[in-house]
Write a protein that binds this ligand. Structure first.
Ligand code: SAM
Length: 251
């Protein structure tokens, strides 16, 4: 068993990353993005389309919030993964929190919107994270096979994009052969929609999953190692109640 991180009071947001967030939250620049469409909350799936958005609104609505970022760092600090794959870079906030967890960890991150990936790259350079982070730009669907074959075994995956049932399950199944025994899978926005909740419940019950931890917005799964038997019930350890400090914990 991996000890669950039981208390959010031990989490401290990273000052340098939070300075970038604070600055971008005032940036009215417009960027063109590819919306892969997780659809409307509740299930309906949207088409892929190009839309224009302001940077502050992307930061406000898509970036990992401060305490959740600190939680990602803590997981990296404890699990010491050699390689992490993140699906959904956005402006790079979560990516930098993952990298900040352990300077020895390599973070590979995929983003479908080139203009956003560019801005994330500038953030990585600004904070000195670029030697640790490798970016891939394109749709998850198109990139996944090639990226997987080039990276070998992954110790941690952060699934944070295309929040709908079918793609979430599909990416998980496709990633499984590349995941190390005992690897950690983090899934964001598990309560964002009914579809995402269903996806999380399906993943929790997957025979390859040994342990699951529920941090309300973020779900963390640990895969079985070969010497561990499948858990009959796959219990969910609900660790955190609905966070009260919405800005810190919620997009
Ligand atoms: C919620 S944001 C990621 C937030 C980021 N991980 C963080 O922690 O701050 C999701 C990102 O995934 C990208 N995305 C969603 N679906 C995608 C797909 N199918 N292929 C490529 N990128 C996708 C979006 O463009 C968006 O920038």
């Amino acid at each position: 068993m991996v000890d669950s991180l039981a208390d959010h009071r031990s989490l401290v947001p990273n000052e340098a990353i939070e300075c970038i967030r604070a600055r971008v939250l005032h940036d009215t620049q417009t960027v063109s993005i590819v919306d892969y469409g997780a659809g409307i909350k509740g299930g309906e799936q949207a088409q892929t389309r190009h839309v224009k958005k302001r940077l502050f609104s992307i930061m406000k609505n898509s970036a990992t919030p401060p305490l959740q970022g600190a939680l990602l760092s803590q997981w990296v600090k404890r699990a010491k993964p050699a390689k992490i794959l993140e699906l959904g870079t956005s402006l790079g906030i979560g990516t930098m929190y993952l990298a900040a967890g352990d300077p020895g960890t390599k973070v590979y991150t995929m983003e479908g919107a080139p203009a956003i990936a560019d801005i994330a790259r500038q953030h990585f350079i600004e904070l000195g994270f670029s030697p640790q982070i490798l970016q891939f730009v394109g749709s998850f669907d198109a990139l996944l096979k090639e990226v997987q074959s080039g990276l070998g075994e992954l110790d941690m995956v952060f699934l944070d994009g295309h929040h709908a049932y079918a793609p979430t399950i599909d990416y998980f199944e496709r990633l499984l052969p590349s995941m190390a025994p005992g690897a950690i899978l983090m899934v964001d926005d598990i309560r964002w929609s009914l579809e995402m909740w269903r996806a999380w419940r399906t993943l929790q019950r997957h025979p390859k999953v040994k342990q699951s931890m529920d941090y309300w917005h973020l779900g963390v799964l640990r895969l079985r190692t070969p010497d561990e038997v499948a858990h009959p019930a796959h219990p969910s350890l609900t660790i955190w109640p609905r966070p009260r400090r919405r800005w810190l914990m919620r997009k």
